[in-house]
Design a protein around this ligand. Structure first.
Ligand SMILES: C[S@@+](CC[C@H](N)C(=O)[O-])C[C@H]1O[C@@H](n2cnc3c(N)ncnc32)[C@H](O)[C@@H]1O
Length: 422
């Protein structure tokens, strides 16, 4: 190969740069690019790499423009990638030859004898070869994206430099990000919110914690589908704070799309390990915050939880149907009074079947009409199993048999009703 950037020419750079330094270095960079295109062997590419190192050092020594310095570094890193590619190609073709000669497969790596002999003719260290091969094994799009990003960053910020270790670090973190799933399996793609394994399970009192009936996954899905970045979210019946547990763990179920919003919790009877974060408030009196972007209410399920949370008369769990309806009418109006047009309010509730009395209560229909009367329309609906009937306990077996004997189904589906303020 004819070398226009000969030793002689190269040696005169220091004197030339004292004159029209920048133009000369730019010209040498162009020449190096051409040389690289023509180079066929590792030795020829190594020569260009050595010259590039010298140009890079000179551009820094003579404080040439950042642009020229970055051009030199970028070209040197591209040469390193090329060296890595060539070494891999040589290894692969030798591996193929050996395989052909011998049926036993032989893996050639950086420490194989072949590879060692190739490297012994060149002046790179084992560590440098390893870096070159890492650069070479990076997919084209990833390498180009990373080098462009880091170059822009280095051009803007005087403190950051473009370098091979930085490029390799950025490639590794990009690849780690790419290997993470795009979306969490906790977030359901349809309105069937059933969870075969529950990550945020019912919190058992026996274990020293408090209860939370719904799988926390329901909160995660509500947040995902109804909450925007920066929203103010209110859970006015937060109970033992399952909603907070899910909110805190949002990194787990938001996957690569994590965003922030504010959550405030209230309850008539705050309890459990998040008690200190929950403010005591009776929702039948008023709504505790103005202008919430989103309200999520996990109400006491009508007819199923009397005396479970407290023995207070204002506790919806302890109310007979008539008082329950009056209280829910007031709650719907209290929500409507503080919400702006277009904001959302979710109410979570199953229907209720009294197997012994053979009565069916269409609770979710009642909720819908109360919220519509208060100034909302039904915007969305999802369904989720309460995962109660699956419990294989003797008590559950008795209840199931009673339901069948009385021709009245038990309730196992929770409806997640989301209303939009008119
Ligand atoms: C189904 S539980 C919510 C459980 C909650 N998901 C958790 O993580 O524990 C219903 C909650 O409504 C609360 N509650 C009942 N009546 C209320 C009222 N009038 N005002 C505010 N909260 C009330 C109860 O104290 C109970 O915690």
């Amino acid at each position: 190969m004819k070398d226009p950037l000969s030793e002689h020419q190269f040696a005169v750079i220091p004197t030339i740069v004292s004159g029209n330094q920048e133009t000369v270095v730019v010209q040498f960079l162009k020449t190096a690019t051409e040389l690289l295109k023509q180079a066929k062997t590792l030795e020829e590419i190594q020569e260009v790499w050595q010259k590039l190192n010298a140009l890079e050092a000179l551009s820094k020594k003579f404080r040439l423009s950042k642009e020229v310095q970055l051009d030199a570094t970028e070209l040197r890193i591209r040469i390193e990638r090329r060296l890595g590619e060539m070494l891999s190609q040589i290894n692969q073709s030798r591996e193929g030859d050996i395989k052909n000669q011998n049926q036993n497969s032989v893996k050639v790596n950086l420490d194989s004898n072949d590879s060692k002999s190739i490297r012994s003719n060149l002046s790179f260290t084992k560590n440098e070869w390893s870096k070159f091969q890492q650069l070479a094994s990076t997919p084209h799009e990833v390498f180009e994206a990373v080098i462009t990003d880091l170059r822009i960053e280095a051009a803007i910020n005087r403190q950051t430099a473009l370098s091979t270790p930085r490029i390799l670090r950025a490639i590794r973190s990009q690849q780690k990000k790419d290997s993470e799933p795009l979306f969490s399996p906790i977030i359901k793609p349809s309105d069937n919110w059933n969870f075969s394994t529950v990550q945020y399970a019912r919190i058992h009192e026996k274990l020293g914690e408090d209860r939370g009936y719904i799988p926390g996954e329901i909160y995660a899905n509500c947040f995902w589908y109804y909450v925007k970045p920066g929203d103010l979210v209110i859970a006015p019946m937060a109970g033992s704070g399952q909603v907070w547990r899910v909110y805190e763990a949002r990194k787990e179920w938001m996957g690569q799309h994590i965003y922030d919003f504010k959550l405030k919790m209230f309850d008539l009877t705050p309890r459990g390990k998040y008690k200190d974060l929950i403010t005591q408030h009776d929702l039948t009196k008023s709504f505790p915050v103005i202008n919430p972007d989103y309200i999520i209410i996990d109400i006491p399920y009508y007819g199923m939880v009397a005396q479970q949370y407290s023995n207070k008369s204002e506790d919806l769990a302890n109310m007979a149907l008539e008082n329950w309806q009056i209280a829910m009418t007031t709650i719907a109006k209290n929500c409507a009074a503080v919400q702006q047009t277009g904001t959302l309010c979710t109410v979570i509730s199953p229907n209720y079947r009294d197997v012994a009395k053979k009565q069916v209560f269409m609770v979710t229909d009642i909720i819908r009409s109360l919220w519509e009367l208060a100034g909302y329309f039904l915007y969305d609906k999802a369904y989720s199993s309460r995962r109660i009937q699956q419990n294989q306990t003797p008590q559950m077996a008795r209840m199931n048999n009673q339901a069948k004997a009385n021709h009245i189904m038990l309730t196992d589906i929770t409806e997640v009703l989301t209303f939009r303020r008119v």
